[in-house]
Design a protein around this ligand. Structure first.
Ligand code: DAT
Ligand code: MG
Length: 148
């Protein structure tokens, strides 16, 4: 069973899109196994976006992602990484298909509402930046104990 890190970015929280975004991922068939609200600091932003250091948009990206609180969540499901990326839509909302989160609610590449891990390997690394093991619910192993 695959896991992916999702961040509901500052502008999505400010625009009251938290419920809508979580709902779309849940309705797709993914399970939340951890979630929290936090404000990222510069250090966490640099670690999370390390791959983009040196790019023209890096400073703007760090300023944006640290500006106000976000929701971090781990979603679990078969092919969760790819399914979430497809549900999010392309990085540039102007190119994202209607029906995707970015394609329906965003227009600006720097304000694209949601982060989702881009590979299983990066998901493992990113999850460790935001969650300790004790904060993650073992849904797939304990599914038989869940009601509903
Ligand atoms: P994604 O978030 O789809 O994985 P990414 O990893 O390439 O995209 O980039 C991380 C974030 O950086 C992206 O969500 C928004 C911002 N970003 C990327 N390319 C940008 C650009 N050309 N101009 C401004 N911001 C950009
Ligand atoms: Mg990325």
């Amino acid at each position: 069973m695959e896991r992916s890190l999702v961040l509901i970015k500052p502008n999505a929280v400010q625009r009251d899109l938290v419920g809508t975004i979580i709902s779309r991922l849940e309705r797709r068939g993914l399970k939340i196994v951890a979630t929290k609200m936090l404000q990222m600091d510069e250090s966490l932003a640099h670690r999370h976006y390390a791959i983009h250091q040196g790019k023209a948009f890096f400073n703007e990206l760090v300023t944006f992602i640290t500006a106000s609180p976000i929701i971090a969540a781990i979603f679990e499901g078969e092919n969760a990484v790819d399914i979430i990326r497809r549900t999010m839509g392309e990085t540039d909302p102007a190119k994202a298909n209607p029906g995707t989160i970015r394609g329906d609610f965003a227009i600006d590449i720097g304000r694209n509402l949601i982060h989702g891990s881009d590979s299983v390997e990066n998901a493992v690394k990113e999850i460790k930046l935001f969650f300790s093991n004790g904060e993650i619910f073992e849904y797939s192993r304990e599914a038989d104990k869940w009601i509903g």
